[in-house]
Design a protein around this ligand. Structure first.
Ligand SMILES: NC(=O)c1ccc[n+]([C@@H]2O[C@H](COP(=O)([O-])OP(=O)(O)OC[C@H]3O[C@@H](n4cnc5c(N)ncnc54)[C@H](OP(=O)(O)O)[C@@H]3O)[C@@H](O)[C@H]2O)c1
Length: 245
C-alpha cells in the first residue's frame, strides 16, 4: 500500500495556517503541523492530523527540533508539501509597527528569524523528504512585500519581500531535487493578525471584500496538486485584485 500524501504546515494553531491544515485534512492528506500553542481540541479528533508539534520557529534550536520530530513522524515516507505559513507582524511597546525610524533593530531581527530564516531552515531540513515525494513548497508571502502598505511595518514588509526573493532562488536550486517552490501572497485576510483599521482598505479592493482564510487555503491546496506540476518560481496574489493599484 502506498503511504498517504503528507504535508507539513507551520503556524497551524489559528488563522490562515489552521485553514490550510483543515483543507488538506478534508482532502484526505496526512497533516503534520506546528505552532507555539496546541491546536484546538476538536482538531485532535481527526486521525489524519498525525502530529502537532509545539515549537517556536523563531528560535533556531526549536526549529531544528521541529524538523527532527516531523521527519521522525514521516519515518522515511515521502513528503508531498511544505507550507511555510507561520509569520509575525509585531508592534513596538508603543503599538507602532516596526519601521525604518522606530523600533529596535533586535525587533527587526526577530521578525526576519521567523518570516525569512525559518522557511529557509525548513526547506533544508525537509529537502530529502520532499525529494522522495517529488513534492513542493509554498511560502506564504504578502502583498506588503511588493507595495508600501499603510499599516504593515517596514520590518514585516521587507521580510516578506525577502521571502518572495527566496522563493525564486529556492525554485531554481530545488528543481534539481524535483521539488517545486511557489509563493502565495495574501492581501487583507480576516484573521487575528489584522485589526479593525484594515476595514478602511475595503474600498481599495476591486472585489470589494476582505479575503477569508478559505480563499488562501484553497489556492495553496491547488498549487500543491498535480495540475500545477509545471509551475515553479511563481507567486500568486490572493488579494481580490488589491495588488492591481
Ligand atoms: N492575515 C492577513 O491579512 C495576511 C496578509 C498577508 C500575509 N499574511 C501571512 O499569512 C501568514 C499567516 O497569517 P495569519 O493572519 O493567519 O496570522 P495569525 O492569525 O497571527 O496566525 C499566525 C500563526 O503562526 C503561528 N506562529 C506565530 N509565531 C510563531 C513562532 N514563533 N513559531 C511557530 N509558530 C508561530 C501562530 O501560532 P502561535 O501563536 O500559537 O505560535 C499562528 O498559528 C503569515 O505568514 C502572515 O504574514 C497574512
Amino acid at each position: 500500500m502506498s503511504p498517504p500524501k503528507s504535508v507539513v504546515v507551520t503556524g497551524a494553531s489559528r488563522g490562515i495556517g489552521h485553514a490550510i491544515a483543515r483543507r488538506f485534512l478534508a482532502e484526505g492528506w496526512r497533516v503534520i503541523t506546528c505552532a507555539r500553542a496546541p491546536v484546538p481540541p476538536e482538531c485532535r479528533i481527526d486521525p489524519n492530523w498525525a502530529s502537532h508539534i509545539v515549537a517556536d520557529l523563531a528560535n533556531p534550536d526549536s526549529a531544528e527540533d521541529f524538523v527532527a520530530q516531523a521527519n521522525a513522524v514521516l519515518n522515511g515516507d515521502p513528503l508531498r508539501a511544505l507550507i511555510n505559513n507561520a509569520g509575525i507582524s509585531p508592534k513596538t511597546p508603543y503599538r507602532e509597527r516596526l519601521g525604518v525610524l522606530n523600533g529596535s533593530i533586535d525587533g527587526w531581527k526577530d521578525v526576519f528569524e521567523l518570516n525569512f530564516y525559518a522557511p529557509l531552515r525548513l526547506a533544508r531540513g525537509f529537502a530529502s523528504a520532499l525529494h522522495r515525494g517529488k513534492g513542493c513548497i509554498v511560502n506564504i508571502t504578502s502583498i506588503a512585500g511588493h507595495y508600501v502598505h499603510p499599516f504593515a511595518g517596514s520590518a514585516y514588509s521587507t521580510s516578506k519581500a525577502a521571502l518572495s526573493g527566496l522563493t525564486r532562488e529556492m525554485a531554481a536550486e530545488m528543481a534539481q531535487l524535483g521539488v517545486r517552490v511557489n509563493a502565495v501572497a495574501p492581501g487583507e485576510i480576516r484573521t487575528e493578525m489584522i485589526s479593525a483599521e484594515y476595514e478602511a482598505l475595503v474600498p481599495r479592493i476591486p472585489l470589494e471584500r476582505m479575503g477569508t482564510t478559505a480563499d488562501v487555503a484553497g489556492t495553496v491546496f491547488q498549487l500543491c496538486s498535480d495540475d500545477f506540476a509545471y509551475v515553479t518560481g511563481s507567486e500568486i496574489f490572493v488579494t481580490g485584485g488589491q495588488h492591481l493599484y
